[in-house]
Design a protein around this ligand. Structure first.
Ligand SMILES: NC(=O)c1ccc[n+]([C@@H]2O[C@H](COP(=O)([O-])OP(=O)(O)OC[C@H]3O[C@@H](n4cnc5c(N)ncnc54)[C@H](O)[C@@H]3O)[C@@H](O)[C@H]2O)c1
Length: 338
């Protein structure tokens, strides 16, 4: 699971396959994986059917059979794409994830959700196809830009809020985001990975329990999508973990007002946001658009109904909470007033 050096683990895994090929983020090109490698530019725009076709084409060109293995090396965009290509190529081949961003380490590279953006909607086409293994080496984080680090930390904060012992949350609040030290972060990464694995093992296809992982994501996805629709091409996209963090604030607000959750975690998270992440760059007049996006979120079983995971308290999430448009509006008003 967590390795100082992944080479031995990779050699052990690849031994039992007929062919082994890799798909890797082009930003990692200075590393030599000693495997035939397709280097890909990654971005949300590139998380598309066209890129999936590029991977399929590469697999055919390399003569990969059903007994072949695909190694995915990169952030969440890369592992989601490679996982979907592996799920569908020749009706499914094995793949291994080597996540190189914090977000991919703690979230995207485990749990088996794969897919790409389609019809203007994030991750709207996909498949459940779990990697054979996920090899995490935190040393990759040493080259990660600080905003990408903070994005991954956003997903860790979500895990801290839902993790049942309640012990991770104060540890995350104590972590020094000024230094972003990889060594002190490693045990916290391990706790996040273990917490997610426990949940997805119990509910691999998101029929119930797994929905607790969506805490922060109903509002977060809407913010991410609205920003990608409205954004001038010159402006940077809103990073996934930032969107999740803003979503956590909105959903913590609803947890306080609807379920009587204590205010303290909301105040703690707001402090973190103001200090490190900045306010959401989204105009308040977007609220109607955001609510419409939430009503069509793929995680909602019925259209026009906004469904969220909320908290009774830290470590005590509750799924399938129906939110009215007026309540969603109030939570957005709160978020944009900070
Ligand atoms: N499948 C899941 O369960 C799941 C869960 C959460 C998020 N996701 C998906 O993950 C994606 C976001 O993942 P992400 O934040 O890793 O984004 P990303 O893959 O776009 O990577 C972020 C940036 O970091 C660069 N990068 C990667 N590794 C690096 C390294 N070691 N050093 C320097 N730069 C590096 C990439 O080129 C990219 O520019 C979203 O598309 C989201 O939908 C999936």
């Amino acid at each position: 699971m967590i390795y100082k050096d992944i080479n031995n683990a990779l050699t052990r895994i690849t031994r039992s396959y007929e062919q082994v090929v890799a798909v890797a983020d082009v930003k990692l090109q200075k590393n030599d994986f000693h495997l035939p490698t397709l280097w890909l530019e990654t971005s949300e725009e590139r998380k598309s059917l066209q890129t999936i076709e590029e991977i399929w084409y590469f697999l055919f060109a390399q003569g990969v059979t059903r007994r072949g293995l695909l190694v995915a090396i990169g952030g969440g965009v890369l592992t989601d794409l490679a996982g979907f290509a592996a799920a569908t190529y020749k009706r499914g081949i094995d793949y291994v994830n080597i996540p190189t961003t914090l977000l991919a380490m703690v979230d995207a590279s485990s749990g088996g959700k794969t897919g790409f953006n389609y019809h203007g909607l994030k991750n709207s086409v996909g498949a459940f196809h779990a990697p054979k293994e996920t090899l995490i080496c935190p040393q990759w984080l040493k080259t990660l830009p600080s905003d990408e680090f903070l994005s991954g930390f956003g997903e860790m904060l979500k895990t801290g809020l839902i993790e049942e012992s309640g012990k991770l949350w104060p540890q995350l609040l104590q972590y020094d985001l000024e230094t972003m030290d990889v060594e002190t972060l490693t045990p916290l990464i391990e706790t996040c990975v273990r917490a997610k694995e426990q949940i997805v093992t119990a509910d691999p296809h998101e029929e119930g329990l797994r929905k607790i992982l969506n805490f922060g994501h109903t509002f977060g996805h809407a913010l991410e999508e609205a920003q990608s629709v409205n954004r001038p091409s010159s402006k940077r996209p809103l990073l996934h973990g930032y969107a999740v963090l803003y979503g956590l604030i909105a959903e913590l607000y609803l947890s306080v007002t609807k379920l009587g959750c204590p205010r303290e975690p909301l105040q703690q998270l707001t402090q973190l946001m103001l200090h490190y992440y900045g306010r959401p760059q989204c105009n308040c007049s977007d609220r109607e658009q955001l609510i419409a996006l939430m009503q069509q979120d793929k995680k909602n079983e019925r259209t026009a109904e906004i469904n969220c995971t909320l908290l009774h308290d830290v470590g005590s999430p509750v799924i399938n909470q129906v939110i009215t448009p007026a309540e969603a509006n109030e939570a957005l008003e709160y978020l944009f007033s900070l």
